[in-house]
Design a protein around this ligand. Sequence first.
Ligand code: PLP
Length: 435
Amino acid sequence: NTALEQEDPAVFDLIQQEKWRQYTCLELIASENFTSQAVMEANGSALTNKYSEGLPGARYYGGNEYVDILENLCRERALAAFHLDPTKWGVNVQPYSGSTANFSAYTGILNPGDRIMGLDLPSGGHLTHGYATAKKKVSSSAIYFESLPYQVDMKTGYIDYDRLEENAKLFRPRLIICGASAYPQEWDYARLRAIADQHGAYLMADIAHISGLVAASEAANPFEYCDVVTTTTHKTLRGPRAGLIFFQRAPKGEKNSDLEEKINFAVFPSNQGGPHNNTIAAIAIALKQAASPEFKQYAIQVRKNAVAVAEHLKKRGYKLVTDGTVNHLVLWDLRPQGINGGKMEKICDEVNITINKNAVHGDVSAFTPGGIRLGLSPLTSRSVKEAEAVQVAEFLHEAVQIALRIQASTGKLMKDFLAALPTNPEVIALKAKVK
Ligand code: PLP
């Protein structure tokens, strides 16, 4: 019996149940992955007991001799995993998550009220890239900064760079953010750099979703063009839940020479307190793994599996945003089938397939999105190859077909009963309302 089992059987049991769910369900959430046992061991280690506000060598607490070595090791591995020259790039490994990494990056390089442009949420962007609805500034990135999102082209689903450039001329942003939560295509970092330079703006890439692919050189390299790069560590990178902020370093007086100080200060003391040393140890392990030849093979397989799913769904006649994928995810537009993403998510939950509803461009409401997002990174960690990926796509197709068939039959059956009440005023009023 473990200590946890003895001390708290209720929590122990819930963890076992969740573990079993993870073992037995088809996990297709694009932002998730399965970390290694080593990562989990470090995450649950004695490091969780330690306070270490500050940076290695300059802490506000004693007893940090091992934590300092650990954080420096993590920083070295982060730069190595992304093939970065330590004289040109630095990294802060303390952010608790992707959201706090982004907000710290903004806090460091912007003033309150500065203008930012990020990909709109319904176009695949993330909340923290300045999301606001017509009625409400949702994300703190829209509350504390002026946000004008850019969109994908409504016909193709690809980023509309021409419109972004036109709008940037009017808006004159201080920061352009690239990166997404649901964009299956590559980014044109050179074009974005050129647009940012027209306005003396910073260019930041949030590579949360694709960082494993970037580390494995299976995606374009944002570091060639961006001033700042943020990422989560738990998606394709396959580490614990946390964030990283990479920033350019330069000699005093040159462009970006102040980024290191500004970003480190923004993380602590501006936005965070003590770093989670257990998580930093786990990130260090994941980064060592990400620099290995096995991880390169993993990243290649992730992309092959995503393509296999996309091609099979297309063969079955479905519509995919951008008509395919070059990364780890497939964005499936279910509007032609008349099933919204929420319904599909529920149907899949019942048959042990874990997916998430997702907005697709042109959706009227973010609350009833018309699509679903499928990510192949978790199943690839479970050694799934193209043949099984195709099988998974076929399961999804069957789920859609069965749901459509039963939906049509129940509709028809109940129509006959409704026909018996043609003049009932309540039925007439309701029919007009729901239509
Ligand atoms: N950035 C992007 C592009 C994301 O997709 C996400 C999460 O899904 C985040 C940031 C936020 O990460 P976290 O949930 O760790 O705060």
